[in-house]
Ligand binder design. Structure first.
Ligand SMILES: C[S@@+](CC[C@H](N)C(=O)[O-])C[C@H]1O[C@@H](n2cnc3c(N)ncnc32)[C@H](O)[C@@H]1O
Length: 210
């Protein structure tokens, strides 16, 4: 008898449905993300691993930008009781986010906005701004840099962006290391499989003081 093909992965307490899971396949018939939000990207594991080791305040207001399927925000809601908003320019990703929120038994708010459209009023209640695998085109470097600057001006206390280390990410990272006391960290997560990448950190978890 052949082995059954696994349709999900579980790590850091969250469950990720794989592309061939029947519920994901059902969504794919009607929802087609078009800006690379068609799957889960693995830099989110790096940030889950980082937060798992460093700790995270209970009940923080978290915004995950370029959220796609939203697993990183779901992790924060599930493990730390965070109030999370997932932001993406492509509303076709939200059914995948909602499905994952449901199977992980958390509630996540969603907001359809591009990075340049997130203004002070969207950011002023946010404690922590997160993003994983969002710096994948050169033309995204400036909008993301401007978004981070607006977030810091609005009082966001901690910004964490993870990436495999693509050139636009490094450009953003160097800017914030030189001008805003940010740090670029090499990071390796061992779960669900070994993955390596870089984390840009601006601010301190301790400053969230919740
Ligand atoms: C490579 S995917 C990563 C998705 C998710 N963060 C993950 O790790 O699985 C990039 C995401 O950014 C979104 N995106 C692309 N350009 C954007 C923009 N200008 N403003 C907001 N979201 C954007 C895409 O729709 C997509 O969901």
């Amino acid at each position: 008898m052949g082995r059954t093909r696994r349709t999900y992965r579980k790590a850091y307490g969250v469950r990720l449905l794989l592309s061939h899971h029947p519920e994901v396949r059902k969504l794919k018939r009607f929802n087609s993300p078009s800006v690379h939000g068609n799957k889960f990207w693995k830099s989110s594991w790096l940030l889950m691993d980082y937060l798992n080791r460093r700790g995270f305040p209970e009940g923080a207001n978290v915004m995950e930008v370029g959220c796609g399927w939203g697993l990183l925000g779901i992790y924060c809601a599930k493990k730390y009781g965070a109030r999370v908003t997932g932001v993406d320019i492509d509303s076709e990703v939200f059914p995948y986010l909602n499905l994952h929120a449901e199977i992980n038994q958390v509630e996540i708010a969603t907001l359809k906005k591009g990075y340049d459209r997130l203004r002070g009023n969207h950011l002023q209640e946010v404690d922590v701004l997160l993003g994983a695998d969002i710096c994948f085109w050169e033309e995204l470097a400036q909008p993301i840099k401007r978004l981070i600057l607006r977030a810091l001006r609005a009082g966001v206390k901690l910004v964490l962006i993870a990436d495999p280390g693509r050139p636009p990410f490094e450009e953003i990272g160097e800017h914030f290391v030189n001008k805003r006391g940010g740090a670029l960290l090499d990071w390796t997560a061992q779960r669900p499989r070994r993955s390596e990448g870089r984390i840009l950190k601006i601010g301190n978890i301790e400053d969230c003081g919740l």
